[in-house]
Design a protein around this ligand. Structure first.
Ligand code: F6R
Length: 369
């Protein structure tokens, strides 16, 4: 059942190219236009949406944080992302023109369910992004876009996360399409890129041996820090979450721009810091800023583990370890940049003798609040 792998998690990491391809399948036609038949919210209503609110927990919340960048950039609709467990307790402002997107692998997470019930009571439409057919969250939503990751058994979410990202991009592109906003060259490039992204995830998987080696060399550490900017920030949060739950290490993700507002005080000799570097093409300001962040932490003794796209030479002098990912449009980079962090956490857990598929104190679906 583990298909020759030692753990379900390894199998599920390896299944990611297929999961991503399956989630895209049949949803973008040859002309680059999207058909999301399952999204049963009438196009006329989607055109009227003036705010998107995403609710989710854990890894699914990180997918939501990334979705915000895509939705706001491609559609110009304001988007908020909130932890489902916080959402209804702060009396959120919801209206008929608010589209609430609930992201959940299991479809049974109680906090996410309670958040969507609250949203519907206030008259908002709810679109679920879910991996489990017929589960409670899609049943109670107005519409659902299923992710096609297949069953995810390991407690730590991997392939479900990548497919949640794909589904979020599809929702963002679809909203852009029905509203006619920002439909241009950039969107066409993104759609072309999505057609290749499964192959690029596969390419990342083929180059993970040095990452595993690095992970083993860090098995006796207590702390690993993660930095990112823009969509690299939620990727940093996800890398830290994977490490906490699997390796039981103190791991924290920061927005790189926040360093000098506090976290830089944590940097001391030898502390491993993973940095997710955005593409130097396109938004090059972001790239330049993060290169100087890497210099700053390295000058203070950090051992820098840099995830950067192929051909990015500017990072080379400051990287103690360099992990290459294929070049992608900035907004899609999380699909390739997250994979080394999953492998890293899984290998560290193994090296520390932890139970990979069943980390202590955790359950696959959290059906209590
Ligand atoms: C982390 C992880 C959890 C889940 C969270 C939400 O690896 O798996 O953080 O992402 O419990 O679960 P779902 O997506 O089922 O609502």
């Amino acid at each position: 059942e583990k298909g020759g792998y030692d753990y379900f998690m390894l199998k599920e990491i390896a299944e990611q190219p297929k999961a991503v391809a399956d989630t895209l399948l049949g949803r973008i036609d040859a002309s680059g236009s999207l058909t999301l038949d399952e999204v049963r919210i009438p196009v006329a209503e989607l055109r009227e949406v003036d705010k998107v609110v995403i609710v989710a927990c854990g890894t699914a919340f990180h997918a939501g944080l990334i979705a915000k960048y895509a939705i706001e950039h491609w559609t110009r609709i304001p988007c908020e992302v909130e932890l489902a467990s916080e959402f209804r307790y702060r009396d959120p402002i919801l209206a008929a023109r608010t589209l609430v997107v609930a992201i959940s692998q299991s479809g049974e997470t109680m906090d996410t369910l309670m958040a969507l019930r609250h949203a519907r009571e206030q008259g908002s439409k709810v679109l679920a992004i879910c991996n489990t057919n017929g589960s409670t969250i899609p049943r109670e939503s107005d519409a659902v876009l299923y992710t096609h990751a297949g069953p995810e058994v390991a407690v730590a979410s991997t392939k479900a996360f990548l497919t949640q990202l794909v589904a979020c991009y599809l929702v963002a592109l679809y909203l852009g399409q029905v509203r006619g906003t920002k439909w241009g060259d950039e969107i066409d490039a993104v759609i072309r890129e999505l057609a290749q992204i499964a192959g690029e995830v596969e390419q990342v998987l083929q180059t993970m041996e040095p990452v595993r080696e690095l992970a083993r060399s860090l098995a006796d550490r207590n702390t690993v820090l993660f930095l990112g900017r823009h969509v690299g920030y939620p990727v940093a949060l996800e890398g830290a979450l994977k490490l906490k739950e699997l390796a039981y290490m103190h791991a924290e993700g920061f927005a790189a721009g926040e360093l000098k507002h506090g976290p830089i005080a944590l940097i001391e000799e030898g502390v491993p810091v993973v940095v997710v570097v955005p593409s130097p093409r396109g938004r090059s300001v972001l790239h330049d800023k993060i290169v100087s962040n890497i210099q700053e932490i390295r000058a203070r003794g950090a051992r820098t583990i840099v995830i950067a796209e192929e051909g990015d030479e500017a990072v080379v002098p400051y990287a103690d370890h360099l992990i290459r990912v294929p070049a992608t449009p900035t907004l899609l980079q999380p699909l390739v940049a997250t994979v080394p962090l999953q492998v890293f956490a899984c290998e560290l857990a193994t090296a520390r003798g932890n139970e990979v598929d069943q980390p202590r104190n955790l359950a696959k679906s959290v059906t209590v609040e």
